[in-house]
Design a protein around this ligand. Structure first.
Ligand code: 6R9
Length: 659
């Protein structure tokens, strides 16, 4: 049976189920003419220039793309704009000051409704406060906050002044925070006393205190002031002369502030992400190109109607999804959003669905790991709520397995709402591959189509395109507006990580396959980066945290398949022979805790195994591939290159005993 209005399954040449857009949806969609793809492909620069002109420029650009010094791209470089004024003042000037920008819901149930007019006022006041604290264009400000409105106010105030923010996820440890502060040489830290998570207060300010007390990288501490938002009312220490309460300070500034334009290539933010070595990479994004693509993709991919939609992206501001699809894209489009401080299971698993019912959320953007967690709890929970306002669903962070896709489509989307599976990265800044909901026949599990104006390829090791039906490596050939400009302070690493492999193509680090229709299927990372609940973690970073522990001689970490989190951290450690203080069980528990406190709770290993030997090649390289097989309970692959072939037998026996 085929019912196009409900997107019922249709079979197709390859027996892959697919869901055509309903005639109704297509008729009302922002993009419903497939010509957009070939028009953009004919002249991508002209296409992006047109999208950039949807923004307000204080000085219009003449030059679109400067690619004279690859891989360092400049977009719209002779133009000037103020990013924050594009997100706020522009809408107020257009008479939209009374439109709701955010419905905020705190985890304990407190709520706030903030209009564009009010948000603009608060950001102007904060910009005046930051100016008085010495923040000017070109500076860096670290932000270490819970998911509350002030976090967004802080980001927009920093951007308004032409300074760059570096948001550090509130779950990161003091060491991780300090490494990021040092790398960016941030002069100001904005934090909160604490935030609410899982029904408890999780303190943030004490971690900032610890971070600033650490030895750091040997250079003098760059931080001069710490601004503290009062959120949870927990007891904290305020250091005289350094720490200031946000509410005390901001009260003395008025809400008059004129935004000036900055060059399109002015840095907007640095966001740290895991790479293949232990040291996180400071991904640098700039202003005009970034905002252009964040806004354009947000409108196109989610079919946003700013006048009527209520949009909710569940991502934390500490990740790139929070930057591009909570702050910059949606606000540039004048969207009305919901932000929620806490976890989906507090006070119970109905929380998210109750928010959807309460605010009549029409567009939901979340991650497969969250969907799988809700699936486990069962459909009877969301079924208690009225989710009928939902008209578009989004997914990001990792490939969405077809089973989760179907559940999301049916249980949350009423079998009616299209799902846009969006592939992109911290480095790409904005969505690169995703269906357009009014045009694309959806296939569960595939992100499918490059966005108009984006040149995605799947190539072999030599950089040549693979044939349809084949797999290879994902690359991007032509520069795109929101692309990473460099790794902060490390141009050589930028070239080496993304460009050295193919020269003229950006290497994303993901494997992919193109099917017979030309749709792209993402297959996961091809490097030593794990994806745990949609968060990137580096094996090297966790290994170095483990060997820092005085009981550990050697460590190997792998990302093993996990039903809920996609991948999970599994560690194999050799203890120092002279250490006798800890039993194996004690060591395993202590090391889990140690990793969580060194890097952050998201890096806590699911399992730690004490072993006597690690599988190594004759040249001494740890064979993580074999450990991954063992951790996943698979048949162990080829061990012939091992120096000692018996070690894997011992390890896999050990693993089988655990199961
Ligand atoms: C936005 C974000 C990027 C890595 C990326 C890839 C994986 C993200 C995906 C996806 C398959 C999707 N990834 N979205 N894989 N389908 N829709 O997640 O950025 O944290 O930098 O992670 O996440 O492996 O390379 P980031």
């Amino acid at each position: 049976m085929t019912d196009t209005t409900h997107g019922t399954i249709e079979s197709h040449s390859l027996e892959v189920e697919s869901y055509p857009p309903s005639a109704e949806f297509t008729a009302q969609a922002n993009l419903n003419d497939p010509a957009v793809y070939w028009q953009a492909a004919q002249d991508p620069e002209a296409y992006w220039a047109g999208r950039a002109r949807e923004l307000k420029w204080t000085k219009p650009f003449e030059e679109v793309l400067d690619w004279s010094n690859p891989p360092f791209a400049k977009w719209f470089a002779d133009g000037e704009l103020n990013v924050t004024a594009n997100c706020l003042d522009r809408h107020v000037a257009a008479g939209l000051g009374d439109r709701v920008a955010f419905y905020f819901e705190g985890e304990p149930g407190d709520t706030r409704t903030i209009t564009y007019g009010e948000l603009t006022h608060e950001v102007k006041q904060a910009a005046n406060m930051l100016t008085a604290l010495g923040v000017t264009a070109g500076d860096r400000v670290a932000i270490y906050m819970p998911m509350i409105p002030e976090t967004i106010v802080a980001m927009l105030a920093v951007a308004r002044l032409g300074a760059a923010h570096s948001v550090v996820f509130g779950g990161f440890s003091a060491e991780s925070l300090r490494a990021r502060i040092d790398d960016a040489r941030a002069e100001l830290v904005i934090t909160a006393d604490g935030g609410y998570r899982k029904g408890r207060v999780s303190a943030l300010k004490p971690t900032v205190d610890d971070a600033l007390a650490l030895a750091g990288d040997g250079q003098p501490l760059s931080v001069e002031k710490v601004l503290v938002v009062k959120r949870a009312g927990n007891d904290i220490e305020m250091q005289e002369g350094r720490d200031l309460w946000w509410h005390d300070e901001v009260a003395s500034y008025d809400g008059e502030h004129t935004a000036v334009g900055f060059p399109a290539e002015n840095p907007l933010f640095i966001l740290y992400t895991s790479g293949t070595t232990g040291k996180p990479k400071g991904i640098l994004h700039t202003s005009g190109g970034y905002l252009t693509q964040a806004a354009a993709t947000h409108r196109d991919v989610f079919d946003l109607k700013p006048e009527t939609d209520v949009y909710w992206c569940t991502a934390d501001i500490g990740w790139v999804t929070g930057h591009s699809y909570v702050v910059y894209g949606p606000l540039a489009n004048g969207a009305t959003q919901v932000i929620y401080e806490g976890t989906p299971d507090t006070p119970d698993w109905g929380r998210w669905w109750s928010l959807i019912e309460k605010y009549k959320i029409s567009i939901l953007y979340t991650a497969p790991t969250a969907i799988r967690a809700c699936m486990k709890v069962g459909r009877q929970v969301p079924e208690k709520y009225d989710l009928s306002a939902i008209r578009v669903l989004g997914s990001v962070g990792e490939p969405i397995n077809p089973e989760a896709w179907r559940w999301y489509h049916e249980v949350i989307g009423g079998g009616r709402a299209p799902i846009v599976d969006t592939w992109w990265q911290t480095e790409t800044g904005a969505i690169m591959i995703a269906p357009l909901p009014g045009l694309t026949r959806l296939k569960p599990g595939s992100a499918q189509v490059p966005q108009p104006g984006i040149d995605v390829n799947v190539v072999d090791d030599q950089g040549g395109r693979v044939d349809r039906g084949q797999g290879g490596l994902l690359t991007i050939r032509r520069p795109w507006p929101s692309m990473v400009r460099t790794i902060w302070g490390d141009d050589a690493r930028f070239i080496d990580t993304y460009w050295a492999k193919f020269g003229d193509q950006y290497f994303a680090g993901d494997g992919a396959r193109v099917d017979e229709d030309g749709d792209v299927w993402l297959l996961g990372r091809v490097d030593d980066v794990m994806n745990v609940s949609g968060h990137r973690l580096s094996t090297a970073e966790i290994e170095s945290a483990l060997v820092e522990h005085n009981a550990v001689a050697e460590a190997a970490v792998v990302g093993a398949d996990d039903e809920t989190t996609g991948q999970a951290v599994v560690a194999f450690v050799i203890l120092k022979s002279q250490q006798t203080l800890l039993s194996e069980e004690e060591a395993e528990a202590a090391l889990k805790k140690h990793v969580a406190s060194a890097i952050g709770a998201i890096a806590r290993p699911r399992q730690v195994f004490v072993v006597n030997e690690l599988p190594k090649t004759r040249s001494g390289k740890i064979m993580r591939r074999l450990l991954k097989d063992a951790a996943e309970g698979k048949e162990i692959g080829d061990t012939t290159t091992l120096a000692d072939t018996s070690v894997m037998q011992t390890i896999s026996q050990r693993m089988r005993a655990e199961r």
